[in-house]
Design a protein around this ligand. Structure first.
Ligand SMILES: Cc1cc2nc3c(=O)[nH]c(=O)nc-3n(C[C@H](O)[C@H](O)[C@H](O)COP(=O)(O)O)c2cc1C
Length: 312
C-alpha cells in the first residue's frame, strides 16, 4: 500500500488522505507545520477570518477537561486585511491544500471575506463557520435554516471557481433537525453556480463544538470568563458520529454531498468510525492540540486499515 492509497475526492478537490486539520486549532494558517509534516495531511483549515480584526474574549478562554476541552476564544483573528497581508502570499507554499474559514455576524460580512478568498488563487476551498449569531436575528445562522439558505445563496454567488464547504453547528436537536439544516446548506437559494454547478454547499463539515459550561464549585462561578463555551474532544465523538450518520443517510448521499466528520478524533479507530458512519474526510482539532504526533499515527493507522480491507 503506497502513500496514495488513502487519497480522496472531496467535491472535486483531490486530497492525499482524508485527514483535515480543523479551523482554529492549528494557528491562523500553517503554524502547526513546525510540529506536523503538512505534506502528510489531506488539508488544513485556517482560523475563522472576520472582516475586522478581533482580540477575542478576555480572561480564561480555554479549560482542559477529562473528556476534552471547553473553549470560548471568541474568534480572535487578524481580520481580512491583516490575513491577506500576512498570509495571502504564503498560502501557495503550504504543503497541503488550504481551506479558508469565514465567520461573520451578518451576511454582508461573510460575503466580503468570501469575495477576497475567491480572488486568492491558491485557496482550495472556503468553509463557512455558521456557528455565529446573526446580528439581525440573534439566532446562530447554523440553527436557522431560512437564514442559512440565504447566507449560502449569497456566498455561493461570489464563488465562481472556489468550492464551498458549510460547517454546521451540532446543536440542532428536534425541530428543525440536523437533516433540515443540512438541506438548507446544500440547496441554498436554488441558483446553480461554482465549479460543480451546485446551488449550495459542495461539501459539509459536521460539526462545530457543542455548547457547554464548567462551574468552579468553590466560587460558584463559571470558569470561562465568557460563562459558557464550546465543548470539543472525545466527549463529542459519539454525538458527531450520529450527526454524520443521520445527515449522510438523510440528504448527503442522495445529493452526492461529501461530509468532513469532525469531533473528538484522536486515533485511527475514531477516524475509521467516522468514515463508516458516512464521512469522506475526517477533521482533527483537539486531538492534535494535545498531541501533534497523533496526526501521523492516525494516517498510518488508516493506511493499515485500508490495506487490510483491500485484501479481504
Ligand atoms: C481552541 C479552539 C478554537 C477553535 N476555533 C474555531 C474557529 O475559529 N472556527 C471554527 O469553525 N471552529 C473552531 N473550533 C472548532 C473546531 O474546528 C472543531 O469543530 C471542534 O473543536 C470539534 O473537533 P475536535 O473535537 O476534533 O476538536 C475551535 C476549537 C477549539 C478547541
Amino acid at each position: 500500500m503506497g502513500r496514495d492509497s488513502l487519497s480522496i475526492d472531496l467535491a472535486g478537490l483531490r486530497l492525499r488522505n482524508p485527514i483535515v486539520l480543523a479551523a482554529g486549532t492549528h494557528g491562523t494558517v500553517d503554524e502547526i507545520g513546525e510540529l506536523v509534516d503538512l505534506s502528510r495531511v489531506g488539508a488544513v483549515v485556517t482560523k475563522s477570518i472576520t472582516v475586522e480584526a478581533r482580540e477575542g474574549n478576555p480572561g480564561v478562554r480555554v479549560v482542559p477537561l477529562r473528556v476534552g476541552m471547553l473553549n470560548a476564544v471568541g474568534l480572535a483573528n487578524p481580520g481580512l486585511d491583516g490575513f491577506l497581508r500576512e498570509y495571502g502570499a504564503r498560502i501557495a507554499g503550504v504543503a497541503c491544500p488550504v481551506i479558508g474559514s469565514i465567520a461573520g455576524f451578518s451576511m454582508e460580512e461573510y460575503v466580503e471575506v468570501a469575495k477576497a478568498f475567491e480572488a486568492l488563487e491558491a485557496m482550495a476551498a472556503v468553509e463557512l463557520n455558521v456557528s455565529c449569531p446573526n446580528v439581525h436575528g440573534g439566532l446562530e445562522f447554523g440553527v436557522d435554516p431560512a437564514a442559512l439558505r440565504e447566507l449560502v445563496g449569497a456566498v455561493r454567488r461570489e464563488l465562481k471557481t472556489t468550492r464551498l464547504i458549510v460547517k454546521l453547528s451540532p446543536i440542532v436537536v428536534g425541530n428543525p433537525g440536523m437533516v433540515e439544516v443540512a438541506r438548507a446548506a446544500i440547496e441554498g437559494m436554488g441558483e446553480d453556480g461554482g465549479p460543480n454547478g451546485r446551488a449550495g454547499a459542495d461539501a459539509l463539515t459536521i460539526s462545530n463544538t457543542v455548547p457547554g459550561m464548567k462551574i468552579d464549585i468553590e466560587t460558584g462561578e463559571p470558569v470561562l470568563s465568557n460563562g459558557s463555551g464550546g465543548l470539543s474532544g472525545p466527549a463529542i465523538h459519539p454525538i458527531v458520529v450520529k450527526l454524520v450518520y443521520d445527515v449522510e443517510r438523510g440528504i448527503a448521499r442522495e445529493t452526492g454531498t461529501p461530509i468532513i466528520g469532525l469531533g473528538g478524533v484522536s486515533s485511527w479507530r475514531d477516524a475509521a468510525e467516522m468514515m463508516i458512519a458516512g464521512a469522506t474526510a475526517v477533521g482533527m482539532g483537539t486531538g492534535t492540540m494535545g498531541d501533534a504526533r497523533s496526526v501521523g499515527r492516525v494516517v498510518r493507522g488508516l493506511e493499515r486499515w485500508r490495506a487490510v480491507g483491500s485484501r479481504q
